[in-house]
Design a protein around this ligand. Structure first.
Ligand code: BV8
Ligand code: ZN
Length: 246
């Protein structure tokens, strides 16, 4: 961690945290890409599409039921908790996540901009407008709406637009941030992957937290090759926020 970064952490009024699946890796959740990301021998990329759902809704529903079970069993880790502590202490902090697992919310993050939706929401594929929290067991999959049409997971699939309000909030946060911390994302999925670049053009100091190099690594002000569960508590403490790991 450079002196310039410590300075920014102390002084920045607007900080943007942009997170991906790597932030939940230390909670035991598989990342989207990589050897442990497979499900029944299939690449998640091939399941997270409207085409896959149209062709075989039951298989896609089973994939998401499995993801929900994993997420329900997992606990937030020090990375999630450090982010929540920073948000609580410094009101100009924004959290924008690509994650759908709900762990930021469970760690106590007061506000989370969810770019890719949530495993804990469902929507109707018909025209009835149903869009609700998932509460009870869905029973037989694929689940059906009261109107008779199929329900679908409340996530954003490849080729679908992101929620308008989320993309607007994320863009505004990127344009006004003095410091951006990008943690645990492979930085390959757009439009999320364009946010650090946008912030940088608007003058932000951009830091990446990822043990592996990504397409973003060469274009940041500082790359911290450490796991999020170690790096984020350290960054938050350097910002002057008291944070206890347990
Ligand atoms: C859209 C939700 C308009 C569901 C997901 C060319 C240019 C621009 C765009 C495109 C393009 N070609 C195609 C597109 C469009 C496409 C896209 O970006 N494709 C890419 C792959 C090329 N984007 C879209 O379709 C988006 N919509 O653009 O609408 C449009 C429409 C049509 C055509 C054009 C435009 C919608 C994308 C949303 C997809 N939904 N998820 C679900 O989860 O099931 S995507 C999926 O990827 C993940 O769920 C996550 O949300 C997202 C990003 O993944 P990451 O979070 O980064 O996770 P990943 O596994 O990849 O990486 C983990 C990282 O963690 C690794 O780097 C690893 O090293 C690191 N790590 C591991 N352990 C740790 C760690 N880091 C820190 N600490 C650790 N301990
Ligand atoms: Zn319906």
């Amino acid at each position: 961690m450079s002196g310039a970064l410590v300075e920014r952490l102390r002084a920045a009024r607007r900080i943007l945290l942009l997170t991906g699946a790597g932030v939940s890796a230390e909670s035991g959740l598989a990342t989207f890409r990589g050897p442990d990301g497979m499900w029944e021998g299939r690449d998640p990329m091939s399941l997270a599409t409207p085409e896959a759902f149209a062709e075989d809704p039951e298989t896609v529903w089973r994939f998401y039921a499995w993801r929900r079970e994993q997420a329900a069993r997992a606990e937030p880790n020090p990375a999630h908790r450090a982010i929540a502590a920073l948000q609580q202490e410094r009101s100009g902090t924004s959290l924008v996540t690509q994650n759908v697992d709900g762990l930021h919310e469970r760690a106590g993050s007061p506000e989370t901009v969810r770019l890719h939706g949530s495993l804990w929401r469902l929507r109707c594929t018909g025209g009835c407008g149903e869009d609700e929290d998932l509460r009870q067991d869905l029973g037989t999959l694929p689940a059906r709406c009261a109107c008779g049409e199929l329900l679908r997971p409340g996530v954003v699939w490849f080729g679908e637009s992101l929620p308008q309000a989320a993309i607007a909030a994320a863009t505004a946060a990127a344009e006004s941030a003095e410091l951006v911390i990008v943690a645990g994302t492979s930085s390959v999925v757009y439009p999320a992957a364009a946010l650090p670049e946008l912030a940088r053009r608007h003058g932000a100091y951009v830091v990446e937290v990822n043990p592996e190099a990504t397409p973003l690594t060469g274009r940041v002000d500082e790359a911290l090759p450490n796991p999020a569960g170690t790096a984020l508590p350290a960054l938050v403490r350097a910002a002057g926020v008291r944070f206890e790991e347990s």
